[in-house]
Write a protein that binds this ligand. Structure first.
Ligand code: NDP
Ligand code: 8X3
Length: 253
C-alpha cells in the first residue's frame, strides 16, 4: 500500500506505534494521534525519512476535540484512506460488584464513544471518495468472557457488532471495515490495566510468548493490502500460549 493517508489513534505506544512504523512506507502519509505528545514527536522524528508524518495530541473522549482535529488537518493529510481506531484501554480486573465505576465510564468513553466519534467524523469523506478502510481494534474479550473482563469485554463486544453493522450501512460503497480481535499481547496494556503496577503487569506475560505489537501491525498490514474487493470482516488471533478454559462450576461445600 503506497501513497495512502492513515489516521491512527493511540499511536504513542503498543499496536498504534507499531502500525505507524509498518505503514511508514514510501509515499504514505501518517496522522498519528494520542494524548501524550512526546512519544508521537519521537516517532515523527524516527519515521521522517520514510513518510510524511503529522502528529496531534488528541483525547478521543473529547468529541469537540476530535471534530477540531479532523477539520484542521493540513491539506495533504485530509483525505484519509485508512482509519485505525486503536486507542483503548482496560482498567482493573475486579469483579463487577467491587469495580470503580469511574473505570467503567473511562472504558466506555474511550473504547466505545471515542471510536464512534472518530468513525462518524472520518467516514463521510471515505463514502464521498468511494474508498477507504476502517480498522477497529476489538479483542478476544469481546467474544469470550473471563472473570474481571466485565465492562472491558462489553466495550469490545460493541466494537465487533458496530464494525459489522457499519459494513451493512456501507454496502454499495467500496469502503471496507475490519474488526481485529487479538488475545494477550505484550504492550503497555497491562501496565495501564494495573495502574502503573509493573510487577503485576509483568506477571501477565511471565513464562509465555505473548503476541507482540509487531504481530498485530503485520496482521493489519495484511488486511489492508487485500485486493480492494476483499473485506476481512473480523480477524481473531492469539498466541499459541493462550487458549480457552473449561466452564467454571461452583460446588457447594
Ligand atoms: P497500549 O496501552 O500499549 O496503547 C494504548 C494506546 O491508546 C496508547 O497510545 C494510548 O496513548 C492510547 N489511548 C488510551 N486512551 C486514550 C484516549 N483517551 N485518547 C487517545 N488515545 C488514548 O495498548 P495496546 O497497544 O495493547 O492496545 C491498543 C488497542 O488494542 C486497545 O484498544 C486495546 O483494548 C486493544 N487490545 C489490546 C490487547 C493486548 O493484549 N495488548 C489485546 C486485544 C486488544 P496515550 O496514553 O498517549 O493517550
Ligand atoms: C486484551 C486481551 O485477554 O487481556 O484485550 O482481555 S485480554
Amino acid at each position: 500500500m503506497k501513497g495512502k493517508t492513515f489516521f491512527i489513534t493511540g499511536a504513542s505506544a503498543g499496536f498504534g506505534a507499531a502500525c505507524a512504523s509498518i505503514f511508514a512506507e514510501t509515499g504514505n502519509r501518517l496522522v498519528l494521534t494520542a494524548r501524550r505528545s512526546d512519544p508521537l514527536l519521537a516517532l515523527q522524528r524516527e519515521l521522517a525519512e520514510k513518510a510524511e508524518v503529522h502528529v496531534m495530541s488528541l483525547d478521543v473522549r473529547d468529541r469537540q476535540a476530535v471534530a477540531r482535529a479532523v477539520e484542521s488537518l493540513p491539506a495533504p493529510f485530509r483525505d484519509i484512506d485508512v482509519l485505525i481506531n486503536n486507542a483503548g484501554l482496560a482498567l482493573g480486573l475486579e469483579p463487577a460488584h467491587k469495580v470503580d465505576l469511574d473505570d467503567w465510564e473511562t472504558m466506555v468513553d474511550t473504547n466505545i464513544k471515542g471510536l464512534m466519534y472518530c468513525t462518524r467524523l472520518i467516514l463521510p469523506g471515505m463514502v464521498e471518495r468511494n474508498r477507504g478502510h476502517i480498522i477497529n481494534l476489538g479483542s478476544v474479550a469481546g467474544s469470550w468472557p473471563y472473570p474481571g473482563g466485565n465492562a472491558y469485554g462489553g466495550t469490545k463486544a460493541f466494537v465487533e457488532q458496530f464494525s459489522l453493522n457499519l459494513r451493512c450501512d456501507l454496502l454499495g460503497t467500496r469502503v471496507r471495515v475490519t474488526c481485529i480481535q487479538p488475545g494477550m499481547a505484550e504492550t503497555e496494556f497491562s501496565k495501564v490495566r494495573f495502574k502503573g503496577d509493573d510487577k503485576k503487569a509483568a506477571q501477565v506475560y511471565s513464562g509465555t510468548e505473548a503476541l507482540t505489537a509487531e504481530d498485530i501491525a503485520e496482521t493489519i498490514h495484511w488486511v489492508v493490502n487485500r485486493p480492494e474487493h476483499v473485506n476481512i470482516n473480523t480477524l481473531e488471533l492469539m498466541s499459541v500460549d493462550q487458549a480457552w478454559g473449561p466452564f467454571a462450576i461452583h460446588r457447594k461445600k
